[in-house]
Each structure stands twice: as C-alpha cells, then as structure tokens.
Design a protein around this ligand. Sequence first.
Ligand SMILES: CC(C)(COP(=O)(O)OP(=O)(O)OC[C@H]1O[C@@H](n2cnc3c(N)ncnc32)[C@H](O)[C@@H]1OP(=O)(O)O)[C@@H](O)C(=O)NCCC(=O)NCCS
Length: 197
Amino acid sequence: MPSVSMAKTPSDLSYRHVKIDDLDTIANLETNSYDPDEAASRESIAKRIDIAQTRPALFLVATAHTVIEKCDMELGLCTQEEVETVIAFVNATLTTSDLVTDESMRSHEDNGTTVAIHSVCVSPQYRGQGIAQKLLDNYLDGLRAAASNGNNKQYKRVALLSRPQLVGLYEKAGFKCIGQSSVVHGPEPWFDCIIDL
Ligand SMILES: CC(C)(COP(=O)(O)OP(=O)(O)OC[C@H]1O[C@@H](n2cnc3c(N)ncnc32)[C@H](O)[C@@H]1OP(=O)(O)O)[C@@H](O)C(=O)NCCC(=O)NCCS
C-alpha cells in the first residue's frame, strides 16, 4: 500500500510531560547527542521518567507530528493518521544543594528545593531552529506553575551545568551563569547556571 508523509513545520511542535513509553526514543536521543562518558544510561533515564510520574514538571518533551496518508489503490480508499515523535527533551531531578554537584547528578533527593537539570537535548535533524530555546521557556513556565501550586511549592531554583559555548543559550532563557563549576567531567570546564523561581 503506497503511503505519503507530510511533516509539519517546527512551529507546530507540541510540549507534554514524559510518558513511560517514551523511554526508547529518549534513550536513543541521549546516546546520539552526548559523548559516551557523558550520556545517561537507559537505566538512569528510566529512573528519571519514573520520578516524573509523581513530579511531572521535571521532565518535558517536545513532539513533532507527521501526517501519514495510507491509500488502498484497489479500493480507492485513503486514510490519514497522525504520528507523534519525541524530538527533544529536558529532564531533571531534585537536590538539596544550591548548584549541580557530582552527588546531584547521581541521585534524586525528593525533599530538595533545587531542580537540577541533567539534559537539554534536541534531535540532530531539528537543531538550529530555536527548539531548545522554546523547550526551555516551556519547561520554566511549567516549573513556575508547579512552584506556585499547593503541592509543589518546594521548587525554589533551577540549576544546570553549561558547556562554555552554550552559556548564551541559557542566559537567553533567563539563567544567570555565575562561574566555573567545581564539577570536573571531561576536558571542558562547566559553568554553573541558575534561575530562581
Ligand atoms: C545544545 C542543543 C540543545 C541546542 O539545541 P538547538 O535547538 O539547536 O538550539 P537553538 O536553536 O534553540 O539555539 C538557541 C541559541 O543557542 C545557540 N546555540 C545552540 N547550539 C549551539 C552550539 N552548539 N554552540 C553555540 N551556540 C549554540 C544558538 O546559536 C542560538 O542562539 P541565537 O538565538 O543567538 O542564534 C543541541 O545542540 C543538543 O541537543 N546538543 C547535544 C546535547 C547537549 O550538548 N546539550 C547541552 C548540554 S549543556
């Protein structure tokens, strides 16, 4: 059966909380986007998705939608189906530290008030179109909404480690990059970036 697919433009992206079914796609995106010693394992990502089932604002995905038209030539019948693909994500866990630390990268402290971002990731074919910027804006809006809601008033700050060349991206999203982190990982220095909610 011949089929035609039609991708929407990036402005048609949607944002939603992560689902357990997203694990394979997200684990692949992470592996394809970071050096092997930086990429989170599938197991760590599964844990973060699990934490997000009770703390949804911590893990946001951006999805693209493709309309696939399937035609049965014998019957002369065509049907359209919309397929959703996760093309970007941002995830975090909580820490009782003010900044991202070696410890916060390994563990989730459910009583923490700092949202420690682990990964901001856009699928290679969608990069350079402002998607990370929009994803971060949506993510921060979601955290602010959660922070002002009765249950999650505990979220006070968001912290991340930036590569030197990405400080501008995070500053545009409203983060303040306050200097080189004490965390050492790989050859590049990392910069502490924070935003108080
Ligand atoms: C970093 C990453 C998330 C950027 O995603 P993106 O959708 O291409 O970013 P955007 O298009 O929203 O770019 C926003 C701004 O950041 C800048 N930027 C993005 N990637 C950059 C890079 N690699 N180097 C320098 N500047 C960059 C853009 O130039 C843009 O600035 P402008 O508005 O002044 O032009 C994406 O390249 C990625 O997933 N990389 C692999 C994972 C990673 O390294 N994550 C960051 C960990 S700190």
